[in-house]
Ligand binder design. Structure first.
Ligand SMILES: NC(=O)c1ccc[n+]([C@@H]2O[C@H](COP(=O)([O-])OP(=O)(O)OC[C@H]3O[C@@H](n4cnc5c(N)ncnc54)[C@H](OP(=O)(O)O)[C@@H]3O)[C@@H](O)[C@H]2O)c1
Length: 508
């Protein structure tokens, strides 16, 4: 790594380590897609602004529409958050457009020529290559096949003394398969052309600061780990709720449903980080080993437990919003779930008997992603007549969205009468430690940067994907037998999900 620039700086008494990647040629498929326009291009531009895109790096955007380089640059100029600065023009000078049907050899042959031309202009006449498949999953394999046949993904051993890591990495957007069998089939197909080391399966939740912070929080502080177990924790709830409906994704969502869209990836990933054991080091495979061990420990739900522990819902019209079945592209008799709540148990000595409640839904009252660790009541109260169960439980709340931060609910004395106890929330917002005018980095910035550095820590390994689909298999089977409960758009989801947790004497 002699060529990379590593900066270590002090931050509020801590250490910040940021590494800038080597020259990288980035190729995005899906040039005009929603993800590319809203997330990938702005993230790459921010990396450029922060000096984290090597000055020799270039970007080729591939789309099916005919367009010149300059027309595509004009398109980028219109995107939100780009501004009109010299920095943007500098960034745009590195951007090229390539048109054609990606699945045709002719398109890839022309792409290979463009890649050669751009790399020949670089100092060492080579670079790392990052291919980002921001397309429909149906074209993942055909694109990779074309790239491999054209030699574009072939890894080289050290080319010069200077460049030691000319990676050829490929990022795959979610969903990675739509069940266990299709995920394995896709994986086997890709392994004909790529090695696992080249495959970067993205879950953008893992790029979010709060989600990454779970590991720091748990394993860089002495305070929490001793109580992070069944002796002190009563339950854990994970909520990801969105106010938006199905938007322009009805075609995909109708077939997928919420369980596939949110549980197989984001929800289980967050659960793994909260519940896994301490990895032996902060490195990709050691962290991913522990996540996999945790997934192995989740008790496989069976039909009988699912009857009690799974609630599915579908939004109906309410609060001036249409129902799911009225959305464009949705069948009028659709049974697709737009909400799911699931109670899971983890069979290991740390978590035996502790319920993990997971829920996620669309068109809910609030946009919110949070993990709540509910601690047990104190065993005995000296504050007679106040009993332990009269006091609110301590809660640790890790907020991923809308405003990343964490909060701790504790009991404290209220000023005034001798015995006056109340709940107090110690609240920390990440925005409070940013410099004026600075924004929270977008999750995709972290993930793009890590991929350019060849760091797979925040990407999902194949065994995790397979296990997550295996865990979801009985749930997907069971959902075929039931009809989702209706809930009004703009509410907290079906009443049955409230009842499920209330039966256990708890709340979301
Ligand atoms: N949008 C998000 O926020 C988001 C979030 C998470 C995951 N994802 C995933 O990211 C991927 C892209 O999503 P998106 O929302 O950007 O979708 P999108 O707006 O529909 O764009 C997808 C792009 O894929 C290309 N494409 C679609 N069908 C194709 C085909 N049959 N052959 C060749 N190219 C095809 C199109 O490229 P051209 O027409 O430009 O050639 C299109 O611009 C999907 O896998 C999605 O599940 C998206």
């Amino acid at each position: 790594m002699s060529e990379t620039i590593q900066t270590i700086s002090k931050w509020h008494g801590g250490f910040c380590i940021e590494v800038a990647p080597l020259p990288c040629l980035i190729v995005i498929f899906g040039a005009l897609g929603d993800l590319t326009g809203r997330k990938l291009l702005p993230s790459l531009y921010h990396l450029h602004q922060r000096g984290l895109l090597h000055e020799q790096s270039t970007l080729i955007a591939c789309g099916r529409q005919e367009m010149s380089h300059e027309q595509y640059r004009n398109y980028i100029r219109t995107l939100d958050g780009m501004g009109k600065t010299d920095q943007l023009e500098q960034f745009l000078s590195k951007v090229f457009y390539h048109a054609g049907d990606y699945t045709l050899p002719e398109t890839t042959a022309r792409l290979a020529t463009l890649v050669d031309d751009l790399e020949n202009k670089m100092e060492n006449q080579t670079s790392c290559r990052l291919f980002y498949l921001a397309t429909a999953p149906a074209v993942y394999l055909p694109i990779v096949e074309q790239l491999a046949n054209a030699g574009l993904t072939t890894e080289l051993s050290a080319v010069t003394e200077k460049i030691v890591y000319p990676w050829r990495n490929v990022i795959f957007e979610k969903p990675f398969g739509n069940d266990f069998a299709s995920a394995v089939e896709l994986e086997q197909g890709l392994l004909r052309y790529l090695t696992e080391k080249q495959i970067y399966r993205i879950d953008h939740y893992l790029g979010k600061e709060t989600v990454q912070n779970i590991l720091m929080f748990r394993f860089a502080n002495i305070l929490f780990e001793p109580v992070w177990n069944r002796n002190y924790i009563d339950s854990v709830t994970i909520t990801v709720s969105e106010t938006v409906g199905v938007e322009h994704r009805a075609g995909y969502f109708e077939k997928a449903g919420l369980l596939r869209d949110m549980f197989q990836n984001h929800m289980l990933e967050m659960l793994s980080l909260v519940a896994m054991e301490c990895p032996v080091s902060f490195s990709a495979d050691r962290i991913r080993d522990e996540k996999v061990r945790l997934l192995h420990s989740i008790r496989m739900p069976d039909q009988k437990t699912l009857e009690q522990n799974l609630i599915l819902g579908q939004y109906i019209a309410g609060n001036a919003m249409p129902g799911y079945r009225e959305e464009a592209g949705v069948a009028h008799d659709s049974n697709t779930e737009t909400f799911a709540a699931l109670k899971l148990y983890i069979d290991n000595s740390r978590w035996q008997g502790i319920p993990f409640y997971l829920r996620s839904g669309k068109r809910m009252k609030q946009k919110k992603s949070e993990i709540i660790i509910n601690f047990k009541h104190i065993p005995y109260s000296i504050f007679s007549p106040v009993k332990p169960e009269d006091l609110a439980q301590n809660r640790l709340i890790l907020t991923v969205q809308p405003e990343e931060g964490l909060a701790l609910d504790i009991i404290a004395k209220r000023p005034g009468p001798k015995l006056c106890m109340g709940d107090l929330t110690m609240n920390f917002k990440y925005s409070s430690i940013l410099d004026p005018g600075e924004n929270m980095p977008e999750a995709y910035e972290r993930l793009l940067l890590d991929c350019m550095l060849g760091d797979q820590t925040l990407f999902i390994r194949s065994d995790s994907v397979r296990l997550a689909w295996q865990l979801l298999a009985p749930v997907l089977e069971y959902k075929k037998q039931i009809t989702p409960f209706p809930y009004q758009a703009g509410t907290e989801g079906p009443i049955q999900a409230m009842e499920m947790i209330r039966r256990d004497g708890r709340t979301w």
